[in-house]
Design a protein around this ligand. Structure first.
Ligand code: HEM
Length: 398
């Protein structure tokens, strides 16, 4: 038996029970081994202050896995995997299309898409919130941002759904599914690359056209950088937004008094989303890689180590949040770390909030009563992301 106090004897639990075990594990780890190495040599960081440091101190904790994880070099190119100064150049160009003004311009389209999706479900008293609204909404918004022509939308939606599957599949238990996803992923790359080239030659009014033609301080995105950005959106913006919406509806279902207050006073909605992001963040942890030896939480992490910064566990740190296991949208301030921190802070945070607020407002407008279908067994994605695969709702139209 390994008796090193920093070594974990238990791997982080899966989420099959909806997080109970994970948060119990997190509570124990924060108290007893806040920086710990597991049997595979992976380091886990669990307290709020340390997690903040790992995700934002890019001089010590790199986002680029290629020096540490063999076989990852072929995936190079995503801005999520870049460090400054390379990252800065790409981010400066891309952040142009996520300005508050650009996001506000998307609002009517988001509103219309959400309404169209609920129109399709009109008259029904049973919904699957994932399939009926929370997944197709962000897929359509991303298609809009990328300017995917209507004739290609069906193909694009299939790829997007497959990429969402890929993020949550387990290569050990689902090798065949992984192969299929791998093949599909090649198709998306080819399509996005061609699409970026077309937009560069013939810009349209969409954000991708603006992106591929923008010149910021002499830096223009190459076709490959633009394609990689398209992929980041598919990977970073879909399942996260879906889960933010379904987790919020789930939290309200468990707090009926609060749900009634929100229905009566819609100005509470933004704070409800923030509290859900703290309480059940869609991204459980983010990885970083040490360059040299780094001291953190009184422990020295060796060079070239994979470090997992647990956003979900940090968001429940009693050193930062009073009564952290209570779902309380009235907590002020609420400095949760669900969107990360530092140079990689989520570029889509404002858009995700917009989509969520529109979706929840519309659900409350259309249905006098919304509840998780009694007796429905909720199946959670097992790892990495926090949310259900389907959310069966029983609804009463107004
Ligand atoms: C609730 C929904 C979302 C959550 C919880 C979320 C969370 C995150 C987090 C934690 C990061 C930082 C990753 C890191 O530091 O390594 C990130 C980055 C990013 N997110 Fe989001 N995200 C969400 C929605 C979106 C949406 C809707 C978009 C775009 C439409 C988006 C685009 C991005 C991009 C482009 C980055 C990379 C930024 C960079 O590397 O500089 N995200 N997101």
């Amino acid at each position: 038996m390994n008796t090193d106090p920093q070594t974990l004897t238990m791997a982080p639990p899966r989420l099959s029970d909806g997080g109970g075990e994970l948060f119990g594990w997190g509570r124990r780890m924060r108290a007893e081994r806040p920086v710990a190495r597991d049997a595979d040599g992976i380091w886990h960081v669990l307290r709020y202050a340390d997690v903040q440091r790992v995700v934002s101190d890019h001089a010590s904790f790199s986002s680029d896995p290629t020096a540490v994880l063999p076989g990852t070099a072929r995936f190079r190119g995503s801005m999520l995997w870049m460090d400054p100064p390379e990252h800065q150049k790409v981010r400066r160009v891309i952040s142009r299309i996520f300005t508050p003004k650009a996001v506000a311009e998307l609002e009517p389209r988001v509103r219309r898409t959400a309404a169209d999706l609920l129109d399709v479900a009109a008259g029904r008293t049973e919904l699957d919130l994932v399939r009926d609204l929370a997944l197709p909404l962000p897929i359509t918004v991303i298609a809009e941002i990328l300017g995917i022509p209507v004739s290609d939308r069906a193909r694009f939606e299939t790829w997007a759904a497959r990429m969402v599957d890929a993020l949550v599949l387990d290569p050990v238990t689902d090798p065949d599914a992984m192969k299929q996803v791998g093949a599909g992923s090649g198709e998306v790359n080819v399509y996005l690359l061609e699409h970026c080239r077309r937009r560069r030659d013939e810009p349209a009014g969409d954000l991708l056209s603006r992106l591929v033609t923008a010149d910021v301080d002499g830096h223009r995105l190459t076709d490959r950088e633009a394609m990689n950005f398209g992929r980041v959106l598919l990977e970073a913006a879909l399942i996260t937004t879906t889960m933010m919406i379904t987790n919020t509806v789930e939290c309200l279902d468990r707090h009926p008094g609060l749900a009634a207050e929100v229905r009566a006073d819609r100005t509470l909605i933004p704070a409800v989303f923030d509290e859900t992001l703290r309480y059940r963040p869609p991204i459980l942890m983010i990885p970083r890689y040490t360059r040299g030896a780094v001291e953190i939480g009184g422990v020295t992490v060796p060079p070239r180590s994979l470090v997992k910064a647990w956003l979900a566990v940090a968001n429940r740190d009693e050193r930062q949040f009073a009564d952290p296991d209570a779902f309380d949208p009235r907590r002020r301030p609420n400095p949760h770390i669900a969107f990360g921190k530092g140079v990689h802070y989520c570029l889509g945070a404002q858009l995700a909030r917009l989509e969520g607020e529109i979706a929840l407002n519309l659900l409350l407008d259309r249905y006098a009563d919304i509840g998780i279908t009694p007796g429905a067994a909720l199946e959670y994605h097992p790892r990495n992301f926090f949310g259900v695969k389907r959310l069966p709702l029983t609804v009463t139209p107004v």
